[in-house]
Structure formats: structure tokens, C-alpha cells
Design a protein. Structure first.
Length: 330
């Protein structure tokens, strides 16, 4: 079997596993991306995410992360569900980022990656390598682009013409040569919807995001109190933020996830403010068992909820009669 046939078989098996796209790129140092990352770090745009600066050379060079590697297999897995569309624009109750409404993607996709690794190992008569899903110093967005799976949008998310951007990115890095894909072109054009929609102006210029201002960073990664200047901008987001994705025209192409584990959990998307305020730490652990929301811990969740509560009370006085009724009922 030649490498073209092997490449096709690996791609086909990945799609059978529930991944929505699979691409291949030569494992090599990402010189341009390394320069951009270094500048971003030097400008302190990474806020308190010091891990972004750790293992810099491994992060930009997969041959150091996985010695002997020759190929990066990049994979996309949609987490989109039709109910997500109904959540866009809701201002009367707390919201959780769409990617975190189902089961923790780390747990789900690692199982799929292991199956793909075993298949590839048998197909290639033995390989050395590793697989990752947001679990190691690797520039996953850059590899998705290099593997022809999309382009980086002005909101810094990878966009795919058939999927939009509601997807997770994962990788296999192996020591076998395969047939490599070609990067696609940028299709954002003159659109600036994401830049204009960001309430904190975190997208300080096209393709660049200031982590210190990003609502996703503030409500998930940031520890301690959140600066009051951002409280009102957080609006009703108690974990993460989807604003820059929700306004992106390419997300009209979003495809239903093939993985039932990513379907939104009823107890996560249907709670109102009052119900969330009554959530104890044990309730939190139960509701978010096996969920990415656990990353913020109960203390961070309560911090975010207090901010959202104040915002909803403030918005009550400015709301329409219908919106006021919804808030009052909470």
C-alpha cells in the first residue's frame, strides 16, 4: 500500500469515528507563527496564562515535542447543535459557551484519538507518535490551517467553509510520511462583524486578540476578582463567550455534531438566574460532572454569577415589558 492510499484510509477512518474533517501537514518548525507568538507574549496579551510562554520551542516545533515526527494529522470535531441557534441574542438569563454545554471534549476526543492512533499504527505496520486535544504545547490552530482545514479568522478562530468555527481541534503527530494537504486562503474579506461585536474590544486589530480583555479568559482562566470595568461587558455570560463566533457569517454553515456527547445537557441550558443562584458546590459538581465548566471551579463560577446577577438586575430597568417579565420570573 502506498502513502496516498494510507492517507486516504486514515482520513476515512477519522470521519467514521465522528470527526468532521481531517488534514495532513509536514511536521516542521512554524517560523512565522513563532515570530507572531513571541510578539504577542512580549506585549503581555496572554494575561496570566503563563503556560502559553512555557516550552516555547516545543510549542512551535512538533519535532521537538515528538522526536522523530514527520506528519501532523489535524482533526476537527463539530460541537454544534440546533439549540445553539436559539440561544443567540438571549439576554434574560445566564449563558454558558456552546462548547461547554455537553461532555468535556478532552475526555470524548481522547478516546477517538486513541482509536485513530491504533488504526494508523496497524495500517503503517508500527508507528511512533502521540495524540493531543488541547493537552500539550502545540499550536493547534496553526496546524489546522497548514493541513488545509481552514483559515484563521479576524477573531483568531479557525474558520472552515463547511463547518464555520464551532468545532474542536485535535492532532496526531507521528513518525510516518503521508501525503500533505495545501493551506486554503483567507475568506474573511472585508467583513469586520466579530471586531465590531466584541463588547470589550478584545480584538484589538484583525486576527489579534488581547487575552486580558477577552470575556472567555476573564470568566474561565482568570483567577481572583475581575476588574469592574469589564463587569457590564460580561453581560450574561457565566462561563466563556461566543459573541465573536455568533456574529460570524461563516457559522451559518455550522454542521450538527456527530457525537452525542457534545449535545447540550438540559440541566445546563435550561436553568434561569434564580436556579443558578441556588446552586450549591455539591450541585455544581453534579451538574457539571464530566464537563469543561469544572475548569473554572465553583469559586470562579460564583464570581461570574454574581457579576451576571448584577447585570441582569441593572438591565431589568431598561428592559422591554416582555424581557422584564422573563427576568422577574427568575
Amino acid at each position: 500500500m502506498n502513502i496516498l492510499q494510507k492517507t486516504h484510509q486514515i482520513r476515512n477512518f477519522a470521519l467514521q469515528l465522528g470527526f468532521d474533517a481531517c488534514g495532513f501537514a509536514k511536521a516542521e518548525r512554524l517560523d512565522e507563527e513563532a515570530e507572531r507568538l513571541e510578539q504577542w507574549l512580549n506585549e503581555d496579551r496572554h494575561a496570566t496564562m503563563d503556560w502559553m510562554a512555557n516550552n516555547f520551542e516545543k510549542r512551535v516545533d512538533p519535532t521537538l515535542l515528538v522526536p522523530g515526527s514527520k506528519t501532523v494529522i489535524s482533526l476537527l470535531a463539530s460541537y454544534y447543535h440546533p439549540s445553539h441557534q436559539e440561544q443567540i441574542g438571549i439576554t434574560s438569563k445566564p449563558l454558558i459557551a456552546k462548547y461547554a454545554q455537553g461532555r468535556d471534549y478532552h475526555k470524548v476526543l481522547k478516546k477517538k484519538l486513541k482509536e485513530l492512533f491504533v488504526f494508523t499504527n496497524e495500517l503503517c505496520s508500527g508507528i511512533q507518535g502521540r495524540f493531543f486535544v488541547d493537552s500539550a504545547p502545540i499550536l493547534d490552530k496553526a496546524w489546522a490551517v497548514k493541513a488545509g482545514l481552514g483559515w484563521v479568522g479576524k477573531n483568531s478562530n479557525v474558520l472552515n467553509k463547511k463547518l464555520g468555527s464551532y468545532f474542536f481541534i485535535a492532532e496526531l503527530i507521528i513518525d510516518q510520511e503521508l501525503v500533505y494537504d495545501s493551506p486554503t486562503t483567507d475568506h474573511c474579506g472585508t467583513c469586520t462583524a466579530c471586531i465590531e461585536a466584541c463588547p470589550t474590544d478584545a480584538i484589538y486589530e484583525p486576527y489579534k486578540v488581547d487575552g486580558t480583555k477577552c470575556i472567555s479568559y476573564l470568566t474561565i482562566e482568570h483567577k481572583g476578582d475581575i476588574d469592574e470595568e469589564y463587569h457590564s461587558d460580561i453581560e450574561n455570560w457565566i462561563f466563556g463567550c461566543d459573541i465573536c463566533q455568533d456574529v460570524c457569517p461563516w457559522n451559518s454553515k455550522a454542521r450538527l455534531t456527530q457525537l452525542l456527547d457534545f449535545y447540550p445537557r438540559e440541566k445546563v441550558i435550561n436553568k434561569n438566574l434564580k436556579e443558578w443562584l441556588l446552586t450549591s458546590e455539591s450541585d455544581f459538581d453534579e451538574v457539571f460532572l464530566g464537563s469543561a465548566v469544572k475548569r473554572t471551579k465553583y469559586s470562579g463560577f460564583k464570581r461570574n454569577l454574581d457579576i451576571v446577577k448584577a447585570n441582569l438586575i441593572e438591565s431589568h430597568s431598561e428592559a422591554t415589558a416582555e424581557e422584564s417579565k422573563l427576568i422577574e420570573n427568575q
